[in-house]
Design a protein around this ligand. Structure first.
Ligand SMILES: [Zn+2]
Ligand SMILES: [Zn+2]
Length: 336
């Protein structure tokens, strides 16, 4: 980069695996790529742990919960016009030829999820502009709220986790961890007709959010849990919570692991004796498109879960407040 190259501010994950504010060259539309003007980018819980998570490759701009508009389109791109409103599927750069892509299991495509995921191994949306493969773009209705548009990615993650719990209609379901994914899971379980929803969460503030989300009961982890639940959506990534979840499941119950953390707390004897089903839930498939109308028409409400919209320069402070669990979801407006 020479002195005359335009630069832009960005939240960078450095080669030393630190998260810093930095200046980066401003991208321009190149062949086969689309330049996005970022509107809002959410800070994800996993961004707080980027330094410890191998899936975060150093040297990239963070931010994988991104909404914006097409700014300009490179040669060789069909179907996208400047001004179109989009959500970014950060795992959308699928190869189309691997065995998982051919089987429709795009969330197992190595290129899409482990090599070029937006905001992880490819520059993300914590910057004013972002150059992307067109396959990562999903159209959004103009009528959709601005904040709602920024929740598509985490909502898709939560929807897949709830789906993998099986038929929850009339059943008792435990959600462990009351962060954004846990709150979305509670709301989606309500929509799916769950009979009774219990949340376990250490932070009192987040337990209050759980009530607003529609949980019938909210408990601190040291309070007695439900003796027999049909399914658990594990959103905390906490080993003790995962262990507790196994204990709470009734025979034949399903544990959905969507909050990954070190040390599983999974006891094989408990799994064996109760013939439990343990399922991982990784990103999303069609759920990404399915949550867009749910957020747009208000079936899935998220405005109350949005703590703040901050300028890019406040991102590091926002990450610190999320670490303390004193906020729920902070969105970054890189043009403010
Ligand atoms: Zn995330
Ligand atoms: Zn593939």
């Amino acid at each position: 980069m020479n002195a005359s190259s335009p630069v832009m501010p960005a939240v960078l994950f450095t080669p030393e695996r630190r998260t810093v504010l930095a200046e980066r060259p401003e991208p321009a539309a190149t062949y086969g790529q689309v330049l996005i003007e970022v509107d809002l980018t959410g800070i994800c819980g996993s961004d707080l742990h980027a330094a410890e998570l191998p899936v975060y490759a150093p040297g990239h701009i963070l931010g994988h919960e991104v909404t914006g508009r097409v700014h300009s389109v490179g040669d060789g791109v069909d179907g996208w016009q400047p001004g179109q409103r989009v959500a970014i599927n950060p795992n959308g750069n699928v190869c189309g030829t691997c065995r998982w892509c051919r089987a429709g299991r795009y969330n197992q495509c190595v290129r899409a999820t482990m090599e070029t995921a937006v905001g992880l191994q490819h520059d993300g949306g914590l910057a004013p502009r972002l150059l992307l493969a067109p396959s990562t773009l999903r159209p959004l209705p103009e009528t959709m709220g601005r904040v709602e548009a920024a929740w598509v990615e985490p909502a898709a993650t939560a929807l897949r986790a709830v789906r993998l719990a099986g038929d929850v209609a009339g059943r008792t379901v435990l959600v462990t961890g009351g962060g954004p994914i846990g709150q979305l899971a509670i709301r989606l379980l309500r929509l799916a007709g769950a009979g009774r929803i219990v949340l376990t969460e250490p932070a009192a503030e987040r337990r209050r959010f759980g009530v607003a989300s529609g949980a019938d009961e909210t408990l601190a982890p040291d309070q007695a849990g439900e003796p027999a639940v049909a399914a658990v959506i594990e959103c905390s990534g906490n080993a003790a919570a995962t262990r507790q979840a196994l204990g709470a499941l009734e025979p034949g119950g399903t544990l959905v692991v969507v909050g990954g953390g070190p040390g599983s707390g999974l006891d094989p004897i408990t799994i064996l004796l109760k013939e439990l089903v343990v399922r991982g839930s990784f990103t999303y498939l069609e759920e990404f498109d399915e949550v867009i109308p749910m957020l747009a028409d208000g079936r899935l409400a998220v405005a109350d879960l949005t703590t703040d919209v901050v300028p890019l320069a406040a991102t590091l402070d926002a990450i610190a407040s999320l670490r303390r669990a004193s906020t729920m979801k902070v969105l970054v407006d890189p043009h403010r």
